[in-house]
Design a protein around this ligand. Structure first.
Ligand SMILES: Cc1cc2nc3c(=O)[nH]c(=O)nc-3n(C[C@H](O)[C@H](O)[C@H](O)COP(=O)(O)OP(=O)(O)OC[C@H]3O[C@@H](n4cnc5c(N)ncnc54)[C@H](O)[C@@H]3O)c2cc1C
Length: 461
């Protein structure tokens, strides 16, 4: 049986408008994610754009019968090759499943199809008088299915948790075509195994997510944002403790930027730095308050005391939504690295919070000694113990760089993936962060769900 036969039969089964032959599809779009491009020796056999879970089911039944690998794709903002085929495969794109099906005000939930884009979810929640808190730089492209499959984190984990905390229910299709309707809307439901958890963070290796019930929150009534400069990491830690105590549950973001990253986000992009270049560290702090009168006053008082007590060297408080967005644009500048920091090798690790400052110093020194002239950019969701690192070398030896960074991470007792997942890029290093028993249990699960290994092969384990 030829591969062409497979696509032809699939077209006959689900429709030629649903499954495109490779020659008719936009292969450039479907053969890359944000950082990784498909190898030349790999072929995309065709691209399926289902509109319903039933069509996804029919596609997976056909793939399973012919043992054709299938790669789910969302917004393709992955940094780790998760949606990039590594062997000849059918691509299953969720691009046509974008509907927001229901907002249930009493339950505080939104039911969406998996291809719905994060920005749409945020906007629709806002229009309905609610708040969907998950936010990240890829918000204009990342889809709900991709965010769930990577258990995405982002800028407000400190207050609202990762994607896992915002998912109440899921509809997913198993590799054998079984549709699991688990569109729970209740906060409490302990009736047996919580099946949705298996798909959260599974990176498309156990099935295809087709719908989800998302948890909505009350809108914050007062958003207060500031950029601070501190001399060193010790002061940053003291400042973190102080803000946690002062703001409690209202602390929404605590984002640290090392000078290399701050320079990229400002002068390298021709933007006026709100605080001068030359400080040891920069911090973006945001509170999401409940009292529009009291919260801004308290924000100013607490931050003012940081200067008085010598913790902060300089502070700028955003005086308008425009200024707030400008501050976040500096923090979100990795989305613009292709303009001035390319090629880049990107890392997303977690480390014990107290060790992050030392890690940055020693890791930078070790990298510069081995690769003189290497460009580095460090930033992170420090309150979540999450550090991001991007490296820029004209002709990078990716494997050698990866090994150096992950060995360093392992030595500090850290994790090789804080939020982006494993995909294909970190698979060889999973053992730095997981025990043999953990990996064996993951393989057991994978085999139980996908005995023929058709779902997103060569990813995670
Ligand atoms: C500028 C920028 C900033 C970012 N910042 C952050 C950040 O702060 N925090 C963070 O966590 N991530 C961040 N990311 C990474 C990225 O946005 C997330 O990994 C996102 O969750 C991926 O969603 P996606 O729809 O693009 O999925 P894709 O990239 O298309 O796919 C990701 C994985 O999910 C699988 N998948 C996709 N859809 C489905 C589905 N419906 N069913 C089953 N499997 C599926 C794919 O096979 C793949 O393994 C950032 C990315 C960019 C480009």
């Amino acid at each position: 049986m030829t591969q062409t036969d497979f696509i032809g039969r699939l077209q006959a089964n689900v429709g030629a408008d649903i499954v495109l032959r490779a020659a008719d599809a936009n292969l450039d779009r479907h053969s890359r994610d944000f950082l990784n491009v498909m190898r030349d020796d790999v072929a995309i056999l065709g691209v399926a754009y289902p509109r319903t879970a039933e069509q996804v089911s029919a596609i997976l039944v056909a793939c399973q019968a012919d043992e054709v690998p299938v790669v789910p794709q969302g917004g393709l903002t992955s940094m780790v090759g998760g949606p990039v085929p590594t062997r000849s495969s059918l691509v299953l794109s969720l691009d046509r499943m974008r509907a927001i099906e229901e907002i249930d005000e009493a339950a505080g939930t939104m039911t969406v199809q998996a291809g719905c884009i994060l920005e749409m979810v945020q906007r629709s929640a806002d229009e309905a008088g609610f708040f969907f808190p998950l936010d990240l730089g890829g918000r204009g492209s990342a889809q709900v299915g991709g965010l769930i499959s990577t258990n995405a984190g982002g800028n407000r984990v400190l207050r609202y948790g990762m994607m896992r905390e915002s998912v109440l229910g899921i509809e997913a299709v198993l590799p054998d075509g079984t549709i699991i309707h688990s569109l729970n809307k209740m906060l409490k439901n302990n009736a047996g195994y919580d099946l949705k958890q298996l798909f959260i963070g599974a990176e498309g290796t156990l099935g295809v997510i087709t719908r989800a019930v998302l948890r909505l929150y009350p809108k914050p009534l007062s958003t207060n944002t500031a950029l601070l400069a501190v001399a060193d990491y010790t002061r940053l830690l003291a400042l973190l403790q102080r803000t946690k105590t002062a703001f409690g549950g209202e602390l929404g973001a605590f984002e640290a930027m090392w000078p290399d990253m701050y320079r990229l986000g400002t002068v390298a992009l021709d933007r006026q730095p709100p605080i001068a270049i030359g400080h040891g560290l920069y911090i973006l702090i945001e509170t999401l308050g409940t009292d529009p009168e009291r919260s801004p006053v308290q924000f100013e008082e607490v931050l003012g005391s940081m200067i008085e007590d010598g913790l902060a060297e300089d502070i700028v408080i955003a005086a308008s939504e425009r200024q707030r967005q400008d501050m976040w644009a500096i923090r979100d500048c990795p989305g613009e690295f292709s303009k001035m920091f390319w090629p880049q090798r990107s890392y997303d690790i977690s480390l014990p919070t107290g060790a992050i400052g030392d890690f940055v110093t020693r890791c930078t020194a070790a990298l510069r000694e081995r690769w003189p002239g290497i460009g580095t950019a460090f930033w992170g969701h420090i309150a979540d113990s999450n550090l991001h690192l991007s490296l820029n070398l004209p002709d990078p030896d990716g494997a050698a760089l990866d090994k150096a960074v992950y060995e360093f991470t392992g030595a500090y007792g850290g994790s090789i993936s804080a939020e982006h997942g494993i995909g294909s890029m970190k698979r060889a290093y999973l053992h730095y962060s997981r025990t043999p028993e953990e990996i064996a249990t993951m393989r057991l699960l994978k085999h139980a769900f996908d005995p023929k290994g058709i779902m997103n092969p060569d990813k995670v384990i």
